[in-house]
Design a protein around this ligand. Sequence first.
Ligand SMILES: [Zn+2]
Length: 203
Amino acid sequence: MFVKPPKLLRKFYPSIVWSKKTDKKEVWLTFDDGPTPESTTHILHVLKKQKIKATFFLVGEEIQKYPELFEDIKTEGHTIGNHSYSHINGWKTKTRNYIDDIKKCNRLMPNNILFRPPYGKLTFSQIKKIKKNYKIILWDILTQDYKEKISSEKIKENVLKNITNGAIIVFHNNNKSYKKLYTNLEDIIINIKLKGYSFSTIW
Ligand SMILES: [Zn+2]
């Protein structure tokens, strides 16, 4: 998948939020999947230390496994979004089943109106239904932190080279990304700050 989704693709899906329109030097940090024991604890620690807030797109099944981590994320003042109940692939799931899965996750986070599809995959019929109740959030910068072979340096470069006002940046909150982010998440955040950006969670 692309680090930066092509303009044409964005035009093709106008009802999806790819980035935020703003004149300010602000970016939106997002973490997908989880909660996951080591990864979530580490991310929360770094965010607290750097005094910034982020948005966590969480999986219902994982919330039920680790309710205390879910509470920690909320207590720390971060924003929560729906990433489906069982991390399903929209392209392989019937619309009715897909919507049920989202609803099941949302029972754990009533009043939530943010949704990010796992793998970024949705059909048009799913988009049509989901957008009635949720803002569908994709991304402007995919860090690719989930890739087995990617180096920590490359993840940092993916972020810093592509960053612009209103960028929505995706990291992951799972065991795969933890190996990569453990060493450099804080460094990346410090470098984003050095470029003059602040961090927003207002959608
Ligand atoms: Zn995911």
